[in-house]
Design a protein around this ligand. Sequence first.
Ligand SMILES: Nc1nc2c(ncn2[C@@H]2O[C@H](COP(=O)(O)OP(=O)(O)OP(=O)(O)O)[C@@H](O)[C@H]2O)c(=O)[nH]1
Ligand SMILES: [Mg+2]
Length: 187
Amino acid sequence: MIPQIAFAGRTNAGKSSLLRALIPKMKIIKPSKKPGFTRNIYFYGVGNKLGRELVLSDLPGYGYGSTTEQGNVILEYIRTATNLKMVYILMDCRVLEMPSDKQVIELLDTYGIPWQIIGTKFDRVTPRDPAPVLDLLMRFSKMSRKGAMGASELYYKDEIIVTSDKSMAGISELKWSIMRNCGLVSE
Ligand SMILES: Nc1nc2c(ncn2[C@@H]2O[C@H](COP(=O)(O)OP(=O)(O)OP(=O)(O)O)[C@@H](O)[C@H]2O)c(=O)[nH]1
Ligand SMILES: [Mg+2]
């Protein structure tokens, strides 16, 4: 069965943009400034001449600007997706975790689906951003592990990969992470 990797996150988090950065040759639905732009799930098969190796799924965003219908699409996907190896939860580096992210994380834990946080729009982080955000990014970009977070540690059980579709920061790291999670390369 072909392994599947999903990209989830709040509306506008940068899911479609990150997919374009990951697989530039693929015709991916255009990113948009309008939150809630991706209304359905888009599946992208990735492989070589011998066949398809994995499927990347671009999920609709949740939270601001999304609809109940989009929420139901996400729920149904989490409930029924087969061979789902990882759900990357994208969060704008300057905003990070919101209550809706926690709800999705709790849902994934309920179904026993692995998840990992990906920071997006790293190019937009400036020294003027709130110190906790910068501090957190500094720690996680050094790949520190579980336990560094104090109160929120439950929600940061793994390292955060920090990315940008502008500077291409973290894109290669994310590609390796995807391949490891699909069992295409060893740990
Ligand atoms: N500067 C910067 N802007 C980004 C980056 N990634 C995404 N954006 C911008 O953020 C906006 C939203 O990007 P999308 O990729 O459409 O976000 P999405 O998560 O797919 O949004 P929905 O489909 O609405 O859930 C667009 O204006 C993008 O150009 C990034 O790494 N850096
Ligand atoms: Mg989108």
